[in-house]
Design a binder for this molecule. Structure first.
Ligand SMILES: [Zn+2]
Length: 131
């Protein structure tokens, strides 16, 4: 889902960059290294080569074992731990790789999705069971 920047402070990109720099471009949950803006795959590979596998081997029927970059696992994001995008206190922000961020938010998304569906139904005229 694309990010709605209108829900964030105007200087959100600068705040997020500061959090990512402070985490040295590593996920603060799983410690996975993530790509810096403009960093090429070669540069990332050199930076982390002894500690992390940048490529994974996939066994294919046609070509045998091939090495594939783990693209999605190397994007660093910044999570609001209380899910309030306007609350940018340092203790509420955490640099997380996209996988850890999705897992962290999964429960919140499921809860807000059911709440949004209920609000949409009420907007189009469905009566409330409880008020
Ligand atoms: Zn992670």
């Amino acid at each position: 889902m694309p990010m709605d920047l209108s829900r964030y402070p105007k200087n959100w990109k600068a705040i997020a960059l500061q959090i990512k720099e402070a985490a040295d471009w590593h996920c603060e949950n799983c410690q996975r290294p993530c790509r810096r803006p403009g960093e090429s795959w070669d540069e990332l590979e050199k930076r982390v080569e002894n500690n992390w596998k940048v490529y994974e081997e996939i066994d294919t029927e046609e070509f045998g074992v091939v090495e594939v970059p783990k693209f999605n696992r190397f994007t660093l994001t910044v999570a609001h731990l209380n899910h309030n995008p306007m609350d940018c206190r340092r203790e509420n922000l955490k640099a997380l790789c996209s996988v850890c961020h999705l897992r962290y938010d999964a429960r919140h998304h499921a809860h807000s999705r059911s709440g949004n569906q209920l609000r949409r139904r009420e907007t189009v005229g469905q009566l409330k069971l409880f008020s």
